[in-house]
Structures are given as structure tokens and as C-alpha cells.
Design a protein around this ligand. Structure first.
Ligand code: AMP
Length: 399
């Protein structure tokens, strides 16, 4: 059997997402998730993409953590005859700090550097490291590669990544804008240029990655020149439960008026704000859209705040790029919500955008394509595929 596939792993603190992909054919053979890791109700769920139009299965793992989940996955892959076809493992790592500007093979030095970045991503990097170490143990014969969410943004100029605070905090503590969703931007940037017949090295592409986490990026000549997320993934756009930009003095205001501690305000901004906090309904955009369509004015206001912030950021990026070849929507909201796309594109009419309502309404559920009229500045949807990008990088690094 030819070793044509890559096992892609995305480890969270209590979950492990996986996929087996052939990067050459872009075929995804299996994908799934091990959830509730660390509890006695851990469970592995998967979809076999090549069987009966996506045969689903699950297996309870009992009291299991990441290593046991990978053991369960190894058993499943063996049963399905996939193990021999896997040549390497690619891991998503959230924060690579300034040390990583591209993907790389895992070595002891790389593991140490990821560990050094824990202070920048205390929730994510430890989980990513756990996944890498477990994979090394459960799949001892396979090389491991790491693909960083932050790496793509390392091309940002200093004027875009520095915060106007004492410079020593950058020099000594690494306080700066890093940006996230980089793997998605790299994929979407290249895919949109290919679809439009543009040379990526001579292009100006704006991308709005709108999912539960949301950010935007200005990609000039294939390189990130600015993005909305910052030191952490809290900054920038309105998200499902994250506030995005607020006045930093909110910390002292809430402390003085309501006695909130640092942790309480941090929790409020990360988990109780955004669409959820403002709408007082749900973090899921669909719920708010349905309410707005039924005439709920507060739901409409929530959507308008989301779109106002996004349109302002995109307009700023457009000015920095000097020209817009395309505005690309991606992520769960970007790929599916014709309502959000219409709202944002109408706010950006000064840049020559004219929506094609029919194309916009017809583009959802993984469909990619242009949603603006002939003669308009191009607005389009591209379904992102971070796993495919991770598999491609891993294959190149291990070839
Ligand atoms: P992601 O984090 O990229 O998986 O995106 C998840 C989010 O996409 C969900 O929380 C929903 O808010 C949003 N979403 C998915 N489908 C739709 C839809 N048809 N309309 C609006 N939002 C959607």
C-alpha cells in the first residue's frame, strides 16, 4: 500500500479533532473528534467519508485522556486498513510566538519553543503539546510536523503589530499583535487567487474568517500585512462569545463599580460577550438571524454591531493595501450567512462593491464562488480547509 495520507490532529484541552487526508487528491478518508477527554464520559466519533456517503460511528472511551483517545483512533484506523497508508502526522498548534514563521518538523528544540509560548496561549499550547507527545508515543514510527495559527502573520510590518504601550513590554515580554487563523488565511488566500486567475504574488485580498471565533486579514502579494486578532484571540471583531475590541479601561471600571476581579472580567469578555452577550439570546448567529427576520429589533441591532465593526476593520485594511482585488468570506458564518455578507458588502459600497442577491443567496454549505455583480469589486465566498493545508505542509516537510 502506498503511504499517501497524512493524519491531521487538532488538540484542545478536552477534545481531539482528527482527519486522514491525501493531500495530492485532497481526498479526506475519515474525520472525527474525541470529546469530553479527562472525564469518565469520553467518546470517539467519526465519519468514514468513503463509505456509504459518509458512514458515521462512535465508541465510548470511558475515563480517557488524549493518549487513550489516540489509542482508540489507532485501533479504528487499523480496523479500517488505513494505518499503513499514513506517512506522517500534522498537528495544529495555536501559538508559535515570533519563533515560528512557518510550519516545521517536531524536534526536542521545537517542543521546547512551543512550551516557551505557553505564556502567550495558556489554554491552547499545553493541549497542543499533549497531543504531539501522545502521538509520538502511540504512532512511534511516524514523523510529526507542526503548523502554527500565528505563523502566517509573521510577515506583518512592525507598524501593524506593535501596540502603542511601553516598548520594553514588546522587547522583554513579547507583547505585540500576533494574529490567528493563519492556516485558514493561507488556504483561502491561495484558493481565491486561483479561482479568480490572479497571481497571488501580485494581489490584494481581504479575508473575513467569520466563525465562532472571527478575524479579518489583509493579504498583500500573498503575505499577511495586518489582522484583527492580537496578542490573544480576544482582540478585534465581535465573535460568538468574545467581545473583540473594547476600551481596556473596562477592567478597572468593572472592578470599581461591581468589584469584578481580573479573572471575572477576562471570563466575561471571552465567554459571555460577543453575539451571546449583546443579543442576550445565543452565541449562534443562526438563532439571532432567525429572530431578526421575525422582527426582533434587538437581534437586528446585534447583527448590525457585528457588521459595523467588521466593515470598519475591512475599510481600514483596504486603505492599507491601496487596492482590493477581492473580499473573501469564510468560516461558518462567512460561508453560510447571506444576511451577514449582504449587510457587510452594503456598508462597503464606497469601495465599489455591488452585491448579486441571487448569487449571495445561493452560496452556502461548502459552496465557493463570486457573490457580486459583473463590474463590481469582487466579493466572494471560499470554503476554508485548514486540515487540507496542514496535510499539505506535513507532506512537504516529510517528503
Ligand atoms: P465555525 O466556528 O467556523 O465552525 O462557525 C460556527 C458558526 O457558524 C456557528 O456558531 C454559527 O453561528 C455559524 N453558522 C453556521 N451556519 C450558519 C448559517 N446558515 N447562517 C448563519 N450562521 C451560521
Amino acid at each position: 500500500m502506498s503511504k499517501d495520507s497524512i493524519l491531521v490532529i487538532n488538540c484542545g484541552s478536552s477534545s481531539l479533532k482528527f482527519a486522514v487526508i491525501n493531500p495530492a487528491t485532497e481526498e479526506e478518508k475519515i474525520n472525527g473528534i474525541a470529546e469530553r477527554l479527562g472525564s469518565s464520559e469520553a467518546i470517539l466519533r467519526w465519519t468514514l467519508r468513503y463509505k456509504n456517503n459518509g458512514e458515521k460511528g462512535s465508541q465510548t472511551l470511558g475515563l480517557a485522556a488524549h493518549e487513550a483517545a489516540l489509542e482508540g483512533l489507532m485501533g479504528l484506523l487499523r480496523e479500517e486498513g488505513m494505518v499503513e497508508g499514513i506517512s506522517a502526522i500534522g498537528h495544529r498548534v495555536v501559538h508559535g510566538g515570533e519563533k515560528f514563521s512557518k510550519s516545521c518538523l517536531v524536534t526536542d528544540e521545537v517542543l521546547q519553543a512551543i512550551e516557551d509560548c505557553i505564556k502567550l496561549a495558556p489554554l491552547h499550547n499545553p493541549a497542543n503539546l499533549t497531543g504531539i507527545r501522545a502521538a509520538q508515543k502511540i504512532f512511534p514510527g511516524l514523523p510529526n510536523a507542526v503548523v502554527f495559527d500565528t505563523a502566517f502573520h509573521q510577515t506583518m510590518p512592525a507598524e501593524a503589530y506593535l501596540y502603542p504601550i511601553p516598548y520594553s513590554l514588546y522587547k522583554e515580554q513579547g507583547v505585540r499583535r500576533y494574529g490567528f487563523h493563519g492556516t485558514s488565511y493561507r488556504y483561502v488566500g491561495q484558493a481565491s487567487a486561483d479561482m479568480l486567475g490572479l497571481d497571488i504574488n501580485n494581489s490584494n485580498i481581504l479575508v473575513a474568517h467569520l466563525g465562532n471565533g472571527a478575524s479579518a486579514c489583509a493579504i498583500k502579494n500573498g503575505k499577511s500585512i495586518d489582522t484583527t486578532m492580537g496578542l490573544t484571540p480576544l482582540e478585534g471583531l465581535v465573535m460568538g462569545t468574545r467581545s473583540g475590541d473594547v476600551d481596556p479601561n473596562l477592567f478597572s471600571f468593572l472592578n470599581k463599580t461591581l468589584g469584578y476581579t481580573l479573572d471575572e472580567t477576562t471570563d466575561l469578555l471571552n465567554k459571555k460577550s460577543g453575539l451571546l452577550g449583546l443579543s442576550e439570546m445565543d452565541s449562534d448567529c443562526r438563532v439571532i438571524e432567525d429572530a431578526a427576520v421575525e422582527g426582533n429589533e434587538h437581534a437586528q441591532l446585534t447583527l448590525d454591531v457585528f457588521c459595523h465593526v467588521l466593515a470598519e476593520k475591512l475599510a481600514g485594511f483596504a486603505a492599507a493595501m491601496g487596492k482590493i482585488d477581492a473580499l473573501v468570506f469564510t468560516g461558518g458564518i462567512g460561508e453560510n450567512s447571506s444576511i451577514i455578507r449582504k449587510n457587510v458588502i452594503e456598508r462597503l459600497s464606497i469601495f465599489g462593491f455591488k452585491l448579486d442577491e441571487q448569487l449571495n443567496d445561493e452560496t452556502f454549505r461548502g459552496k465557493s464562488g463570486v457573490i457580486t455583480q459583473e463590474g463590481s469589486t469582487v466579493g466572494m465566498v471560499v470554503a476554508t480547509n485548514e486540515e487540507l493545508m496542514i496535510s499539505r505542509d506535513t507532506q512537504v516537510l516529510t517528503a
